[in-house]
Ligand binder design. Structure first.
Ligand SMILES: NC(=O)c1ccc[n+]([C@@H]2O[C@H](COP(=O)([O-])OP(=O)(O)OC[C@H]3O[C@@H](n4cnc5c(N)ncnc54)[C@H](O)[C@@H]3O)[C@@H](O)[C@H]2O)c1
Length: 253
């Protein structure tokens, strides 16, 4: 198995891409710490992985709160001795014209999507330095690269994640800490379903989204999990500070 005995912490692991990655990493032999602000969802991920014969600890924590990020990493090290792979994946979306986006909306987006990744990287690096290295993967988005109406705050946070990832790779690669980002395109998770459901006609909304994807369908959470798996293995040893796009070709046109 490709991640045998590796200790991984995944945020947003109670749903969508995070849960699929937790399952994937566990199937590849990793010990998974599944972190989510929804503690019940984190617990459900733990139960599903343990039922399937894997090893998982579900933890409730809010990544926008630095103390809770410190606590999740400390719990990982206390239980499993180290932190080999950190997947900063938790995120939220707000879909509104900028003219209707409130300061509270922006603060929430910045808190989860950007500060959450920042705190994860900061304290993940502190731990990884004590153990001779590690791997960090950050979930950005294709909307950190291309523009799309109604995503001003969201895309600003995701562009920030890409800039942060590049900077940290430049800063820490020499210390054997390999840091990369994934840019998913539209992926079939509760997040995108909630976005479609904001429309009066969710079916038409989904059709419109799919029409922008050359592959002709939404991504599956497992598609993104396999990209995370690649970045988490030694196959990606020479990949540093990259933004790996997995979007069915959406950003090529
Ligand atoms: N689904 C897509 O189309 C898509 C596309 C590009 C990028 N992304 C990104 O992928 C990541 C995962 O999204 P998803 O589609 O799986 O969404 P999702 O809503 O299915 O899962 C996100 C999980 O993050 C958790 N979460 C939210 N706020 C949190 C917080 N403060 N602390 C800890 N956990 C928190 C939620 O409870 C949820 O379980 C996000 O960063 C999202 O921006 C998703």
């Amino acid at each position: 198995m490709r991640l045998d005995g590796k200790v991984s912490l995944i945020t947003g692991a109670g749903s969508g891409i995070g849960r699929a990655t937790a399952n994937c990493f566990a199937q590849e032999g990793a010990i998974v710490v599944a972190v989510d602000v929804n503690a019940d969802a984190a617990q459900a991920t733990e139960e599903a992985i343990e039922m399937a014969g894997g090893q998982c600890l579900g933890l409730g924590a809010d990544v926008s709160d630095e103390e809770q990020v410190i606590g999740a990493i400390a719990a990982t090290v206390k239980n499993f001795g180290r932190l080999d792979i950190l997947f900063n994946n938790a995120g939220i979306s707000v879909i509104k014209p900028i003219t209707e986006t409130t300061e509270a909306d922006l603060d929430k987006l910045l808190g989860v999507n950007l500060k959450g990744v920042f705190f994860g990287c900061k304290h993940g690096i502190v731990q990884m330095l004590t153990q001779g290295g590690g791997i960090i993967i950050n979930t950005a988005s294709e909307l950190g690269i291309v523009g799309q109406p109604l995503y001003s705050g969201y895309s600003a946070t995701k562009g920030g994640v890409l800039a942060l990832t590049r900077t940290l790779a430049a800063e820490w690669s020499a210390q054997n800490i390999r840091i990369n980002a994934i840019c998913p395109g539209p992926t079939d998770t509760p997040m995108i379903r909630a976005e479609f459901n904001l429309s009066d006609d969710p079916v038409a909304e989904e059709k419109a989204a799919v029409s922008t994807i050359p592959a002709g369908h939404l991504g599956k959470p497992e598609d993104i999990a396999r990209v995370a798996l690649f970045l988490a293995t030694s196959d990606a040893d020479f990949v540093h500070g990259a933004a790996i796009v997995a979007d069915g070709g959406k950003t090529i046109r």
